[in-house]
Design a protein around this ligand. Structure first.
Ligand code: ZN
Length: 88
């Protein structure tokens, strides 16, 4: 189960991602929440995660599809946004 705090973080990221295309060109884009890698500015050019209702980079999208194919569950808890930093 995903904790309420993580659901909240995902909700915030989703809101930012939905507004990303309206930002000026020189504005920094959120990194991929799953791997910390680069994302496309056009949000629809990235991949919608099968684990959470937010976009991840296309490499991660492919990776999740492979995990599903192998019937292996990769957890949201293991994503880059939830690793390192403060506890909790
Ligand atoms: Zn990624």
């Amino acid at each position: 189960m995903i904790s309420e705090q993580k659901k909240c973080t995902i909700g915030i990221i989703k809101q930012i991602q939905m507004k990303q295309e309206d930002l000026p060109d020189n504005y920094p884009i959120l990194p991929c929440p799953r791997c910390g890698g680069e994302m496309e500015k056009k949000i629809a050019h990235n991949a919608l995660s099968r684990r959470a209702d937010i976009y991840i980079c296309s490499i991660c999208g492919t990776d999740e599809a492979i995990m599903d194919f192998k019937r292996r569950e990769d957890k949201v808890e293991d994503w880059a946004i939830f690793s390192g930093g403060e506890e909790g």
